[in-house]
Design a protein around this ligand. Structure first.
Ligand SMILES: [Zn+2]
Length: 103
């Protein structure tokens, strides 16, 4: 998709590309999966400050084998607690909406 993304060989989470109102980065657990976070109104918020990049809300990729759940704050990864059933449902619902909106 993005040349600059493919060219990046840096460790997970050191690189976030912002394009077409969508941010992408590699899953922070190092599994190599590409995490796509839409930045539209109902999606994530990407803020760039002097201390780094912050993505809100958290990243929860249940469709990945690693099922990672973490926050990116100030370009640092903060691993979240294992998601509760309720949180998983929220994320699943959000993913479903994203898919409907983007495919
Ligand atoms: Zn992962």
């Amino acid at each position: 998709m993005s040349n600059s993304f493919r060219a990046s060989r840096k460790p997970a989470c050191s690189y976030i590309s912002e394009k077409y109102k969508t941010a992408t980065h590699l899953c922070c657990c190092g599994c190599g999966s590409k995490v796509v976070t839409p930045l539209k109104t109902a999606g994530w918020r990407l803020t760039t400050e002097r201390r780094g990049v912050t993505l809100y809300p958290s990243i929860g990729k249940l469709e990945f084998p690693c099922q990672s759940h973490y926050w990116i704050r100030g370009s640092k990864v903060e691993w979240a607690e294992r998601m509760t059933r309720e949180e998983i449902n929220v994320v699943r619902e959000r993913d479903r909406r994203d898919r409907e909106a983007y495919f």
